[in-house]
Ligand binder design. Structure first.
Ligand code: FE2
Length: 288
């Protein structure tokens, strides 16, 4: 392997306003024309609003097959219910890492009638060999997600991966994901190892963060996603936040690319067109 290298920024992308489910307004960051995918990541949606009209209709009954959906709630409550009898409520700070495998049909509905709803849903592909595994959940409340204070105004919640010896609760050997919720006061820094060869991005949801070192460094603003260049670590620095009382907050996500053919349509992500047709047929015949 080459000598150690610090990741820079290859592109900065803003999300695209869209709606999904029964009319939930959200911002699609990965999975839109400017960034169709970032193998193994298929989609990243940010939802965030104080207006119940933007989210109240929720995501009624819909299927998934062949990949994983990761929901990370920042504010608000979402009730989840599937056709295998699994049900739960995602509260602020909780994560649901759902391996759809060979198929689930579920609904994701806001539990609240008013107030702020905010969070992310990330779709991660599964390798061909795992697409038809049994559905599985890794679901953790906020008290189960370790937070580490690195000093100097840098704090990290470790959902997946490792930060300064603190390991997140999620296990997924196929893509070996890192999923960190990073908080940086102005001037606070974080130097984080990320496996070389893994795809990686930083999405800033409050304030602004300086990413990288030297010529390839860039400042990433609120609601912007930075695709990182390859390397074995990333350096982040919090900028002056735009408003008093806020800090800089971002998710830092990385994973091993699968480099496999992808055949996808709506809620099905398979390897071939034949498997995609099979998925539609199985869903219509109630085999999920
Ligand atoms: Fe879903």
């Amino acid at each position: 392997m080459s000598t150690p290298s610090i990741r820079g920024v290859s592109r900065v992308i803003r999300g695209m306003p869209t709606s999904d489910g029964a009319g939930v307004k959200l911002t699609r960051v990965i999975g839109q024309p400017r960034l169709p995918d970032l193998d193994p990541f298929l989609m990243l949606d940010e939802f965030g609003t104080d207006n119940p009209g933007d989210y109240i209709a929720g995501f009624p009954s819909h299927p998934h097959r062949g990949f994983e959906t990761v929901t990370y709630m920042l504010d608000g409550r979402m009730r989840h219910r599937d056709n295998h009898g699994h049900e739960g409520v995602l509260v602020p700070g909780s994560v649901q890492w759902m391996t759809a495998g060979r198929g689930i049909v579920h609904s994701e509905m806001p539990e609240q009638q008013e107030g702020r709803m905010r969070g992310f849903q990330l779709w991660i592909n599964l390798p061909a060999r795992d697409k038809m595994t049994a559905p599985k959940y890794q679901e953790f409340g906020p008290q189960m997600i370790p937070a580490t204070d690195l000093g100097g105004g840098a704090r990290v919640k470790v959902i997946a991966g490792q930060v300064a010896g603190v390991t997140g609760p999620i296990a997924q050997p196929a893509t070996d994901p890192t999923y960190l919720d990073v908080e940086l006061e102005p001037g606070a820094t974080l130097s984080q190892p990320l496996a070389a060869g893994h795809s990686a991005f930083l999405y800033v949801y409050e304030g602004a963060v300086r990413v990288g070192a030297g010529e390839s460094a860039a400042t990433v603003g609120t609601h912007e996603l930075a695709v990182l260049t390859d390397g074995d670590s990333v350096q982040l620095e919090g900028r002056e936040p735009p408003r008093d009382g806020t800090v800089n907050r971002a998710i830092l996500v990385a994973g091993r690319p699968l480099r496999e053919p992808v055949a996808k349509h709506g809620p099905f992500v398979m390897s071939t067109r034949e498997e995609l047709i099979q998925a539609f047929q199985d869903y219509q015949n109630g085999k999920f």
